[in-house]
Design a binder for this molecule. Structure first.
Ligand code: AMP
Ligand code: ZN
Length: 464
């Protein structure tokens, strides 16, 4: 029998059986991109993890409502609500308006997630389309005494007024060193207080600003997620996701806003993915050498789905170190897998894969253990008691969760990398560079292709 779906809840720091608010339904909110630049592959790890979660919920017969925001205003370069609005910064960099930058990178983001075979959310919502809802939520908080104004700066949330403020992040604000979490700015009553509404600077006209009951300005980053999540999923819903960097500030603040306003528990399960890190560097940022995008991956001859495979080889709660060698390994494995899917088109339907189905689904239900799920799929491939036809059926079933587009694998699918190596070997042979020719043959073998030299030239055959 398949085990029930268990997920690691950051709120309780434990593995819990998923119990929805409404039987058979799951409400899911995932923090979306800040559209001032391309998403880097670290950001994309978050969206692939959320996609696996969605597919797992679907596997367990839940009807899902998935909401994702587009942050197109208010996300400041510093967590202390100082610095610059990231969208404005992007606009200056590119000599465009903030609106143009936001639209451009939203389109790019949607292309990226499509390339990664991520199922689109049911609701996309832009912060700038929901100013009314955000202002209403701030007013609610104001009426309940949670806010105060810092003149010429903005409306702030008084975190001392919210009793459970430290719960999600297991924070100890008092005991924390100054600046450990967010820096202290003049006028704040407490270190952790944050902006709900920022006033437009007097000296400059912003591209994005709105009238409000306080002063012309723009919303803080955190309020958009509370306001839009509640608008589309209700005051209480099931699951909220994001990267681990959001635990201490963004999600903590979302809870303070929502629960401060409604007096009800906002979200039952908070689920966070660990970071993707790049070899020999601290943090992937949208500037600097380690800013790798899907475009970079394509330029180097890889397919975005190779990257998806790589992500699935690590558990979402473990750090994953990205390297080009690791991506090559993922591509090799995926190429082999696709070849099997094609070869298994013809073959017997002997045996049954019930045992593998159960083990595969149990691994997914065990807090989305994709590395284990992959290993079960590989074990099935090697099982000599199961016929090719059945294996293909099983793999395609597993791929509903893995999302590796295996159904599209075709006979003529000689990967670009293989074609290039064949060409390279051809040149090496005409130049009588035998060592290089042999090395290239070994590389082809590692990718699952055997070349033979005939009078007509090289012939290529896949190794099964
Ligand atoms: P942002 O566009 O910066 O708001 O981030 C989008 C999502 O990516 C958020 O859920 C972040 O927590 C997540 N994230 C940012 N950097 C990384 C990283 N290096 N690895 C994994 N997730 C990340
Ligand atoms: Zn958010």
């Amino acid at each position: 029998m398949t085990e029930p779906l268990k997920l690691y809840n950051t709120l309780t720091r434990s593995l819990e059986i998923f119990k929805p608010i409404k039987k058979g339904h799951a409400g899911l909110y995932t923090c979306g991109p800040t559209v001032y630049h391309y998403a880097h592959i670290g950001n994309l790890r978050a969206y692939v993890f959320e996609d696996i979660l969605k597919r797992a919920l679907k596997m367990n017969d839940y009807k899902i409502k998935h909401v994702m925001n587009i942050t197109d205003v208010g996300h400041m370069t510093s967590d202390a609500d100082t610095g610059e609005d990231k969208i404005i910064k992007g606009a200056k960099r590119e000599g465009k308006t903030a609106w143009e930058v936001a639209v451009f990178y939203t389109v790019q983001f949607k292309k990226d997630i499509k390339a990664l075979n991520i199922i689109e959310p049911d609701v996309w919502c832009r912060a700038t389309d929901h100013i009314k809802e955000q202002v209403a939520l701030i007013q609610k908080l104001e009426n309940k005494g949670y806010t105060y104004i810092i003149p010429e700066d903005g409306v702030y949330y008084n975190t001392k007024k919210f009793e459970n403020y430290e719960e999600l992040g297991r924070l100890n604000i008092e005991g924390q060193k100054e600046g450990a979490r967010v820096e202290f700015i003049e006028g704040k009553k407490n270190k952790a207080d944050f902006a709900l509404w920022k006033f437009s600077p007097k000296e400059e006209k912003r591209d994005m600003e709105w009238e409000s009951p306080w002063s012309k300005g723009f919303p803080g980053w955190h309020i958009e997620c509370s306001a839009m999540a509640m608008k589309y999923l209700g005051e209480q819903f099931d699951i909220h996701c994001g990267g681990v960097d959001h635990i201490q500030v963004h999600h903590t603040n979302e809870i303070a806003q929502a629960e401060g306003a409604t007096g009800k528990k906002f979200v039952n399960y908070w689920i966070h993915n660990e970071f993707l890190i790049v070899e020999n560097s601290e943090k992937m940022a949208k500037s600097g050498d380690n800013f790798i995008t899907l475009a970079t991956i394509r330029e180097k001859g890889y397919d975005p789905i190779d990257y998806r495979y790589l992500l699935l080889t690590a558990h979402y709660r473990s750090k994953l170190t990205f390297s080009w060698e690791a991506l090559t390994g993922a591509r090799t494995a995926l190429t082999k897998l696709k070849n099997y899917v094609v070869d298994f088109k013809t073959g017997s339907n002997n045996g049954d894969w019930k045992k593998y189905k159960e083990e595969f689904e149990n691994s997914i239900n065990d807090d989305l253990d994709t590395p284990k799920a992959l290993s079960i799929m590989w074990m099935l491939i090697k099982d000599e008691n199961i016929g090719a036809g059945k294996k293909r059926e099983a793999i395609l079933h597993f791929d509903k969760i893995l999302g590796l587009k295996l159904e599209e694998a075709k006979e003529e699918d000689i990967p670009q990398e293989v074609k290039e190596l064949i060409r390279k070997r051809e040149i090496a042979r005409t130049e009588k560079k035998w060592k290089e020719s042999d090395e290239t043959r070994a590389k082809l073998r590692a990718l699952g292709y055997e070349v033979s030299d005939t009078q007509e030239g090289q012939t290529v055959r896949r190794i099964v």
